[in-house]
Design a protein around this ligand. Structure first.
Ligand SMILES: NC(=O)C1=CN([C@@H]2O[C@H](COP(=O)(O)OP(=O)(O)OC[C@H]3O[C@@H](n4cnc5c(N)ncnc54)[C@H](O)[C@@H]3O)[C@@H](O)[C@H]2O)C=CC1
Ligand SMILES: O=C(O)CCC(=O)C(=O)O
Length: 531
C-alpha cells in the first residue's frame, strides 16, 4: 500500500504534486494544523506529516500518531515539534536547512533599512498627507558596525550582504572559531564586546536554553546608545519588556521584529512604539523560498518513505539513497545481531561495543550503530526503531562504543556486537554474503555459518553425542519443520551451540521438553524481523 502523507499547513502546492508524482497518497488540509482536536483525530492514518510553523506537533498529537514515521518541516526552526517525544516514538524529524535562508537574510537586511530610515512610519505619515520631512531623520549604514548574534547559515548571508553595504561586521557565536568567522567576513567577538560596539544588532540563533533572553534587560542596558535591534530569528531571544522601556527612554533608537515571544502576536508590548517595525513572521515568506522548502521537504519525505534515505534529519544520522541501497543488507544484519543479543539478555545492559571489520567499516557507522541498538532494544519494546533506540539506550545509561579495523580474516567484512552486563559479556558476529543475505558467523567465540530466519531456536550444551538426534526427533515429533540446522563447538567435548531455523515458532511445551532432557544449558527461541 502506498504511504500516506498529510500536509497540515499552508505549503506550496508543489509539495502536493511531488508526493503524487512519487506515488504517495497525500491529503492537503492547510488549515487542519491549527485545529488541535481535528489533527489528533486524523493523524493516526498517516505515515508522514508535512508542516510549516502553524502546526504544533505536541506529545498528545504524537500519542495518536500510530503509523507516523516522518515529520517534515518545510523551513528551518523545529521548535513547534516536540522532538524528544517524536524521537521516543521513533518518528524522524527533518527540516530544510537551506531553502529559506537567503530569503530570511534578505528580510533581516530589509528590516535593518526600514528601521534605519523609519520607512514604515514615514510611509504611513505620507499616506496620511502629512509630508513630515524633518521628522524622519535616518541613519546611514555605510561604515556602521553590525553585530550578528549567531553566524550560521542565515547569519552568514546577512554578513555577506552587510559587507556589500560597506558595514563593519562583528559576530558573537561561541561554537565557531575566529578563523571560520573571518571566512564569513566578520570579526569574532565576545557578547559584551558586541553589545558595546554595535550600531545595529541582528539575531540569528535558534531559541535554545542558552539563547533564551540572550538580549536580556541587563544585556540591553550594555548596548551602545542609539543602537537599532533586528530580530528575524525567534521570539524569546530578546526581553521585549526591557526593550520597550529602552525604546521609550531613547537609549535604543529603533527595533525591527519579525518574531515575537507569543505568536500569533496580536498584542505585544512593542506594538505602536515609535520606530518599531513589525512584520508577522514573514522572514521566509517569498515565493522562491516557499517553492524551495516545499520541494525539498516533499522530496526528502518521499525518499525516506519509499527508499529509506534519510536527509536533514534532526534525530537520526543521514543515509543517502545510494547508501540505503548498499547498506540495506548490512542494516538488516546489524538489527539481527542486536536482536539476537537482546533476546538472550535479561539483565540490565551496561555497555554495547560494536566492531566493524573490512567492508563494514567503510559504511555509515552512525546508521549501523542505530540499527544494532534498535535490534537490542526491540527485545524489551517491540515499537522501538532506529530513531528511538539511541534515546532509550541513553535514558538507561548504556555506553555505546565502536571500533573500526581493516579486513582481518576470510570475510570481506563483518560486524561483531558485544554486550556487557554486570554478570557477563555476550558477543555475536555476522556478515553479508554476495547474495545480500545476512549470516551469523560467530557466537560465544564459536565459528558457525547460519542463515537468519524469522523463527529460530538457539541451544547451548556440552559437546556430547545425541544432541542432533534429540533436537531433530523432538522437533519432528511435535510437527516443527526445520529449514536449516547449524552446529558449532569450540573443541571436541567442549562447549557447543546449535541454531535451528524453523518454519514456525517453537511451541512452549516443546521448549519445556527439550529443557527436561537435561542436555542443554540454554534453550532459547528467537524471532527476527527478516521482512
Ligand atoms: N523569521 C523567519 O521566518 C525565519 C526564522 N528562522 C530562524 O533563524 C534561526 C537561525 O537559522 P539558521 O541560520 O539557519 O541556523 P543555523 O543553525 O545555521 O545557525 C545558528 C547559529 O547560532 C549559533 N548559536 C547557537 N547558540 C548560540 C549562542 N548561545 N550564542 C550565539 N550563537 C549561538 C550556532 O552556533 C549557529 O552558528 C533559526 O533557528 C530559526 O529559528 C529561520 C528561517 C526563517
Ligand atoms: O514557515 C514559515 O513561514 C516560518 C519559517 C521559519 O520560521 C523557519 O523556517 O524557521
Amino acid at each position: 500500500m502506498a504511504p500516506k502523507v498529510l500536509v497540515s499547513d499552508k505549503l506550496s502546492e508543489t509539495a502536493v504534486q511531488i508526493f503524487r508524482d512519487r506515488g504517495i497518497d497525500v491529503d492537503f488540509m492547510p488549515d487542519v494544523g491549527k485545529d488541535k482536536e481535528k489533527l489528533a483525530e486524523i493523524i493516526g492514518q498517516y505515515d508522514g506529516l508535512a508542516i510549516r510553523s502553524a502546526t504544533k506537533v505536541t506529545e498528545t498529537i504524537l500519542a495518536n500518531a500510530h503509523k507516523l514515521k516522518v515529520i517534515g518541516r518545510a523551513g528551518i526552526g523545529t521548535d513547534n515539534i516536540d522532538k524528544p517525544a517524536a524521537s521516543k516514538k521513533g518518528v524522524i524529524v527533518m527540516n530544510t536547512p537551506f531553502g529559506n535562508m537567503v530569503t530570511t537574510a534578505e528580510h533581516a537586511i530589509a528590516m535593518m533599512f526600514a528601521v534605519a530610515r523609519q520607512i514604515p512610519d514615514a510611509n504611513a505619515s505620507t499616506h496620511a498627507g502629512k509630508w513630515e520631512k524633518s521628522k524622519f531623520m535616518g541613519s546611514e549604514l555605510t561604515n556602521k558596525t553590525l553585530g550578528i548574534i549567531g553566524i550560521g547559515n542565515i547569519g552568514s548571508v546577512v554578513a555577506d550582504r552587510a559587507r556589500g553595504l560597506k558595514m563593519k561586521v562583528i559576530a558573537y557565536d561561541p561554537t565557531l572559531s575566529a578563523e571560520k568567522i573571518a571566512e564569513k567576513g566578520a570579526e569574532k567577538v565576545e557578547l559584551d564586546d558586541l553589545l558595546a560596539r554595535a550600531d545595529f544588532i541582528t539575531l540569528h540563533t535558534p531559541l535554545l536554553e542558552a539563547t533564551r533572553n540572550i538580549l536580556s534587560r541587563d544585556a540591553l542596558a550594555r548596548t551602545k546608545k542609539g543602537v537599532r535591534i533586528v530580530n528575524c530569528a525567534r521570539g524569546g531571544l530578546v526581553d521585549e519588556e526591557a526593550l520597550a522601556e529602552l525604546l521609550k527612554s531613547g537609549h535604543v533608537a529603533g527595533a525591527a521584529f519579525d518574531v515575537f515571544s507569543v505568536e500569533p502576536a496580536t498584542d505585544n508590548v512593542l506594538f505602536n512604539l515609535p520606530n518599531v517595525v513589525c512584520t508577522p513572521h514573514l522572514g521566509a515568506a517569498t515565493t522562491e523560498a516557499q517553492e524551495n522548502v516545499a520541494l525539498q521537504v516533499a522530496e526528502q519525505m518521499s525518499n525516506y518513505l519509499l527508499t529509506g534515505a534519510v536527509e536533514n534529519a534532526l534525530n537520526m544520522p543521514s543515509v543517502t539513497a545510494e547508501e540505503a541501497k548498499v547498506m540495506g543488507p548490512w542494516i538488516k544484519l546489524a538489527d539481527h545481531l542486536g536482536a539476537f543479543i537482546g533476546q538472550l539478555t535479561d539483565e540490565p545492559i551496561k555497555a554495547i561495543n560494536i566492531l566493524y571489520d573490512g567492508e563494514a567499516s567503510t559504511m555509515n557507522l552512525e546508521a549501523l550503530n542505530c540499527a544494532v541498538v534498535s535490534g537490542i532494544m526491540k527485545a524489551t519494546n517491540p515499537d522501538v526503531n532506529m530513531v528511538s533506540a539511541p534515546v532509550m539506550a541513553k535514558e538507561r545509561g548504556v555506553q555505546i562504543s565502536t571500533t573500526s579495523q581493516d579486513q582481518s580474516g576470510a570475510f570481506e567484512g563483518y560486524i561483531k556486537v558485544t554486550v556487557v552486563t554486570d554478570k557477563r559479556e555476550r558477543s555475536i558476529a555476522g556478515t553479508v554474503f554476495s547474495d545480500d543475505k545476512p549470516r551469523f558467523i560467530q557466537i560465544k567465540g564459536i565459528n558457525i555459518d547460519a542463515e537468519v530466519g524469522a523463527h529460530m531456536l538457539y541451544t547451548t550444551n556440552k559437546d556430547v553425542p545425541g544432541i542432533i538426534g534429540t533436537l531433530g526427533q523432538t522437533m519432528g515429533e511435535n510437527g516443527v519443520n526445520i529449514a536449516n540446522f547449524t552446529l558449532g563447538r569450540n573443541k571436541a567435548g567442549g562447549d557447543a551451540i546449535a541454531l535451528l531455523y524453523v518454519d514456525a515458532p517453537v511451541p512452549d511445551p516443546v521448549l519445556a521438553k527439550l529443557k527436561d532432557t537435561g542436555l542443554f544449558q540454554q534453550v532459547q527461541p528467537l524471532e527476527f524481523d527478516v521482512a
